[in-house]
Design a protein around this ligand. Structure first.
Ligand code: BDR
Ligand code: CA
Length: 310
């Protein structure tokens, strides 16, 4: 039986590839794509999800718009990485896949209530939508099998020296998620930086000889320039699909069980994930934290998924 999942995202180049992977995988039953403000405004991220689904021919999955900004304060966007549209690089036409008639919060709540099996949530943007659902409906925690997220790091940050972008955008939401009691797996920068789109990967995508292969090359070419300019990476890391891959095949990602706390107050460190790898705090474990990726098998999975589109 495929695993029922909801992908909560802020497309975003790597989010767009996470959509492709989640929708193509027979191991998953993709029940919904929900969006939030993050890499760009929620309006742009929602259009981008619809754009990606339109070009991929993903028509049966509702796309619902979620939170415009974090629980506290105003939205800080990732335009410096993803461009003015949030998905810069390719020329996009008008999306024909519609937006759902229901917002992300109501759709997630309805799916959790109605689905016969507990549902896995895969948030790969700021955690605002998930925190709002957990806070408004604590009784639905039992209907969530697990939350497998992209965010945080066991090491340093990317959006600030100590904070990873998704957690930094909404630290209060991340705090709610990590303290929720729902099983959480954190795929942070320390592991997503092992998923590098090297020239060999780009060549394999080009060699597919398909419009989707070419589109992914265009997306990764823009993403690559951002990563070179901002962080000096010669190959960009494909963050968000790693969380999807962990749900498809847990053996791709090694994890350790540890306590994780979210820094919400720090003058220089707000949004940092304090990952207690050596159990120094005496706090109980509240997350599985990813430590190692089988990168060759990850890329076989990702490229296989892209190859399944025209
Ligand atoms: C995360 O931030 C965004 O830019 C990416 O989409 C990813 O989810 C990486 O820090
Ligand atoms: Ca993202």
């Amino acid at each position: 039986m495929p695993i029922p999942v909801i992908l909560d995202c802020d497309p975003g180049h790597d989010d767009a590839l996470a959509i492709l992977l989640a929708a193509a995988s027979p191991e998953l039953d993709l029940l919904a794509i929900t969006t939030c403000g993050g890499n760009q405004t929620v309006e742009k991220c929602t259009i981008n999800a619809r754009r990606m689904c339109t070009v991929a021919g993903i028509t049966g999955v509702p796309i619902a718009r979620g939170a415009a900004g974090p629980l506290l304060g105003s939205l800080h966007i990732g335009e410096y990485v993803h461009g003015a549209s949030g998905l810069d690089g390719p020329e996009w036409g008008e999306p024909t896949v519609p937006e759902a008639g229901e917002n992300a919060h109501d759709l997630i709540v309805r799916i959790l209530r109605e689905h016969p099996e507990p549902v896995t949530l895969i948030p790969v943007g700021p955690l605002t939508n998930i925190a709002l659902v957990l806070s408004a409906h604590p009784e639905l925690k039992a209907n969530i099998r697990e939350i497998v997220l992209m965010g945080g790091s066991t090491e340093r940050g990317n959006d600030t020296p100590y904070a990873e972008f998704n957690i930094r955008v909404d630290p209060e939401a991340a705090d709610i998620v990590f303290r929720s009691g729902v099983p959480v797996t954190m795929c942070g920068l320390n592991i997503t930086h092992q998923a590098l789109a090297t020239p060999d990967v780009i060549e394999r995508l080009r060699a597919l000889g398909t419009p989707m292969g070419d589109l992914c090359v265009e997306l990764l070419t823009f993403f690559s320039a951002s990563y070179l300019r901002t962080w000096g990476f010669t190959s960009p890391p494909l963050h968000d699909p790693v969380a999807v891959a962990r749900v498809i095949d847990p053996s791709l990602v090694e994890v350790v069980s540890v306590p994780v706390a979210i820094e919400t107050q720090g003058r220089f460190t707000a949004g940092a994930t304090c990952v207690d790898l050596h159990h120094l705090t005496g706090e109980p474990d509240n997350a599985l934290v990813a430590t190692r990726l089988d990168a060759p098998r990850f890329w076989d999975l990702m490229i296989g998924a892209i190859a399944s589109y025209e």
